[in-house]
Ligand binder design. Structure first.
Ligand SMILES: NC(=O)c1ccc[n+]([C@@H]2O[C@H](COP(=O)([O-])OP(=O)(O)OC[C@H]3O[C@@H](n4cnc5c(N)ncnc54)[C@H](OP(=O)(O)O)[C@@H]3O)[C@@H](O)[C@H]2O)c1
Length: 291
């Protein structure tokens, strides 16, 4: 029989887990949230019998408890449930934060439960789900051995792939996720601003850049980051970069630190990949001072 599940925190992650684990045959014993209405909403969608704002009422009955609230609230919610004897000593308690270690659940371990973290490496932007949002993604797992083995099983149930990580590696692991996802969005926002300033209508900005973005991702996949680099830096074309700096300085000077910072790291990366000489790297760093 599959382990039963209790979910505390009925936002985007709690909703995705309740819906998908329920679909995969796990009994969801109940859901709880800061506001009872959020728990009732989720219970209504997933046909769950118990919805409450007193989490210990449902967590006591669960083999696995997911604490899916904002990162800053996980530790004290866990403590408040522990104080109410809300975890079975046989339970596994998991949170889904990418940055924080499983050890923030230490109060549950004192109650005899096993603790771990299980971070789905995906951006969940909405509570409206039409398909399994976990399918094919990686889920980073760390914690006590019992918690790790159970999280591994739950991950495979979600049709995702487990990625075991070191507890102490979580901040850098999560920084990588932020660069790959959040900063990509920031990067695209700046590209849209620049192309609109050049005269492309805003509604066409993404469509115009999309094949370039997709082609670049395909190149990284095929030949890796060093060989995927094209453009003025890898060609050693300092003059073109200076033309960009001049144009940005005249029209959107607030973007100059952003642009020069990225030229700096692009040149460093091109040097590391032996795509340009050390001398050329230095030239770019001198011409593109930022900060
Ligand atoms: N969204 C993502 O892309 C993503 C990806 C990977 C991991 N995660 C992780 O998943 C966790 C949840 O993130 P999320 O995006 O689902 O957040 P979210 O959509 O903002 O939802 C958070 C939920 O937690 C509830 N909550 C807040 N304080 C609470 C408390 N003291 N007790 C009980 N419930 C409380 C809120 O309840 P009410 O609705 O009742 O106010 C809300 O429904 C975080 O640890 C986050 O790092 C998120």
């Amino acid at each position: 029989m599959k382990p039963s599940v209790g979910i505390v925190g009925c936002g985007r992650m709690g909703t995705a887990l309740a819906k998908t684990l329920g679909d995969k045959g796990h009994a969801i014993v109940g859901v709880s949230s800061l506001h009872r209405t959020s728990a009732q909403r989720l219970a209504g969608i997933c046909d769950i019998s118990e919805a409450t704002d007193r989490p210990w009422e449902i967590t006591r009955k669960a083999d696995v408890v997911f604490l899916t609230m904002p990162d800053g609230a996980i530790e004290y919610v866990c403590e408040s449930i522990s104080k109410q004897d809300g975890f079975s000593p046989a339970a596994v308690v998991l949170h889904c934060s990418g940055a924080h270690p499983s050890t923030i659940l230490a109060s549950a371990r004192k109650s005899g439960a096993s603790i771990g973290s299980m971070h789905p490496l995906q951006s969940f932007a909405s509570i409206d789900l039409t398909q399994n949002p976990f399918k094919g993604i990686r889920v980073a797992i760390e914690g006590d051995s019992k918690a790790v083995s159970l999280a591994d099983r739950m991950t495979r149930d979600l049709e995702a792939l487990p990625l075991q990580i070191l507890t102490e590696g979580k901040p850098l692991y999560h920084a990588a996720a932020v660069v790959a996802s959040n900063f990509l969005v920031t990067l695209m926002g700046v590209a849209f601003r620049l192309i609109q300033q050049a005269g492309v209508p805003p509604e066409e900005a993404f469509a115009v850049l999309k094949p370039l973005i997709e082609g670049t991702l395909a190149n990284i996949d095929r030949v890796g980051v060093h060989q995927a680099l094209t453009g003025p830096v890898v060609r050693g074309d300092v003059q073109t970069v200076e033309t960009h700096i001049q144009a940005i300085g005249q029209t959107m000077p607030e973007l100059l630190p952003f642009y020069t910072c990225l030229v700096h790291y692009t040149a460093v990366q091109a040097g590391e990949g032996n795509r340009i000489s050390e001398e050329m790297v230095k030239t770019f760093l001198e011409r593109c001072k930022f900060g």
